[in-house]
Design a protein around this ligand. Structure first.
Ligand code: GRF
Length: 197
């Protein structure tokens, strides 16, 4: 992006610790990602991702899911889409967001919704993919950044990072190594997508 142009505006949706959001922020701060995070949204009012965002001076809000524990009702998706649009968001990054995004939110950001998943998709979609890999005796694991579609962890892959599963790896040790790779991969994948916009 040349001088004088506005920075690429990112929105981040997460339900938990927000270490991936932090990694994106760190890449922006160290100059390896030319972007800014303008809005962070969470369905979990207690999620640390909200605190991280506020500490960094980023607008952070709780998504009202109408009392549903796991569903992401249509009205909530529309409200989220409108907030993201109002903030000028160009790319939406799901980072540990635990609800399934469908239409209408998908249709509001076609080709601009990304997710990070802790496996080499299409292997081990769904929850606790690192544990699935260890339990299955997999020799290799890793992480994937992909475009979001209406399925669960099924959209087209943007980038993957591969890791061996080591002898003696537990679900926890593998998860820690995968997360370290995620923190490198997500900013790299955003650069790839941004270059194609
Ligand atoms: C990551 O492991 C990601 O792959 C998965 O959820 C976790 C989120 O971690 N989808 P964090 O909130 O970014 O620390």
């Amino acid at each position: 992006m040349s001088a004088g142009q506005e920075k690429l505006k990112l929105g981040v949706l997460g339900s938990g610790s927000g270490s991936n959001m932090q990694a994106i922020l760190d890449a922006i701060e160290d100059g390896t990602l030319d972007a800014e995070i303008v809005l962070v949204l969470s369905d979990n009012p207690d999620a640390y991702i909200l605190e991280r965002a506020r500490k960094a001076g980023i607008a952070a809000e709780v998504i009202d899911c109408a009392g549903y524990a796991t569903r992401f009702p249509e009205a909530s998706q529309i409200a989220v889409g409108e907030k993201l649009r109002d903030a000028g968001v160009e790319i939406v990054c799901l980072a540990g967001f635990m609800r399934i995004v469908k239409a209408p939110l998908l249709e509001m950001f076609p080709g601009r919704l990304l997710n990070i998943h802790p496996s080499l998709l299409p292997a081990y979609p769904g929850l606790m993919a690192w544990k699935q890999a260890v339990d299955d005796g997999a020799e290799e694991s890793g992480c994937t950044v992909h475009y979001v579609d209406a399925g669960m962890d099924t959209g087209p892959v943007i980038l993957q990072a591969r890791l061996p599963v080591l002898a003696g790896d537990t679900a926890e040790t593998l998860h820690a190594r995968i997360q370290a790779e995620e923190h490198r991969l997500y900013p790299a994948a955003i650069r790839v997508v941004a270059a194609g916009l």
